[in-house]
Design a binder for this molecule. Structure first.
Ligand code: ZN
Length: 97
């Protein structure tokens, strides 16, 4: 499961004097939300390498900020160009939960 964070929400996190968190998780409420960078598997199975996003170490939920969404869309476009065998392209879902 993944959720898209509103920009003002992310800005709040980035301005947090704690820097890298942890922050309260919007999903489970635990103070376990931290910035992580690494391969991220999306709901449709797409793997985005070295994606920086917020992840809750409690419920494992990923949260994508504006930058992460941009990286994901660029990665999907790259895949779509590379793999011409894909007949049905999935719509770019913004994963608003
Ligand atoms: Zn959580």
């Amino acid at each position: 499961m993944s959720s898209y964070l509103q920009n003002d929400q992310v800005n709040t996190y980035e301005r947090n004097p704690l820097g890298q968190g942890p922050f309260p998780c919007p999903e489970c409420g635990q103070i376990n939300l931290v910035w992580v960078t690494g391969d991220c598997t999306l709901l449709d199975g797409t793997v985005v390498p070295n994606l920086k996003r917020l992840q809750c170490s409690s419920c494992q939920e990923d949260f994508f900020d504006h930058n992460a969404m941009g990286v994901i869309e660029a990665h999907r476009r790259k895949i779509a160009h590379k793999d011409t065998n894909i007949q049905k392209r999935k719509k770019y879902d913004t994963e608003v939960v």
